[in-house]
Design a protein around this ligand. Structure first.
Ligand code: BTN
Length: 242
């Protein structure tokens, strides 16, 4: 699975994920195509949130993958893989990042990248996937948001296109990890990069605020937290990091 054979750069668009979905609908978009925009005026975040970034300062792009061929109950593999690619990419810039479950990329306690994966299913298999990525590159001022960027961390500006090419190269170099034979290795790598793994930290679930310790994730991508009364597993939205 290689990406970047086709790159489309747009000045301004509502959302690169929407634009990619529309291109897929009309046909002719090759698998592995990367669609980036200098400005998104209706960028989408996870859970219906908006994704706001300063035009021209950060990377906002989508990757189209056809024939993903993952069963729906294993769709977490895609989340793991893309998170890992982003951590590896940042590592090339000397930035030590962690994965805040399920796929926020954090540097210490600040978000540097977010991922929105939109899958198109055929029966119980993921056929097509649009992987939307927002990566903070040159923005320095995030107001009251707890966010950071490559420039904030390193003091150096990066040309957005160079950053995109580095992403594509990192993705392609690691793509073997997406093979079904490498799932255990991917699980292991993802786990070791989890933000707050093995640390006592505060969380909130349906029964209130508690102190617990992240132990890992299940194959389906549920978060495992050790509480005083035992090991609990959580789906998205069932637990909050405090
Ligand atoms: C999040 O952390 O909430 C996910 C953010 C994903 C943002 C990216 S920017 C490119 C792509 N197009 C969108 O509309 N959203 C994703």
């Amino acid at each position: 699975m290689q990406i970047g054979q086709k790159i489309i750069r747009l000045d301004s668009v509502d959302s690169t994920n929407n634009y990619t979905a529309n291109l897929i609908k009309v046909g002719g978009l090759v698998s592995g195509a990367v669609i980036m925009a200098d400005e998104q005026f209706a960028g989408k975040g996870q859970r219906g949130a908006v994704w706001l970034t300063k035009p021209g300062e950060n990377l906002t792009f989508s990757v189209f993958l056809d024939n993903v061929n993952l069963s729906v109950d294993r769709q977490f593999v895609l989340t793991q893989f893309i998170s890992l690619v982003l951590v590896e990419l940042l590592d090339r810039f000397g930035i030590e990042a962690k994965i805040k479950w399920p796929n926020d990329i954090f540097v210490r306690s600040k978000k540097i990248a977010g991922v929105l994966i939109e899958n198109q299913l055929s029966e119980s298999t993921i056929g097509r996937s649009i992987i939307g990525i927002g990566l903070n590159v040159n923005q320095m001022d995030f107001g009251n948001l707890s966010a950071t960027s490559i420039k904030t961390e390193t003091g150096r500006s990066v040309i957005l296109m160079d950053m995109l090419f580095s992403f594509i190269e990192t993705f392609n170099r690691h793509s073997v990890l997406f093979n079904s034979t490498k799932r255990d290795l991917l699980d292991e790598k993802y786990k070791t990069l989890l933000y707050r793994l093995g640390e006592k930290a505060n969380f909130e679930d349906g029964s209130g605020v508690f102190t617990g310790e992240i132990k890992g994730v299940t194959k389906e991508g549920k978060l495992q937290i050790q509480k005083e009364d035992g090991l609990h597993t959580y789906q998205l939205k069932e637990v909050k990091f405090l």
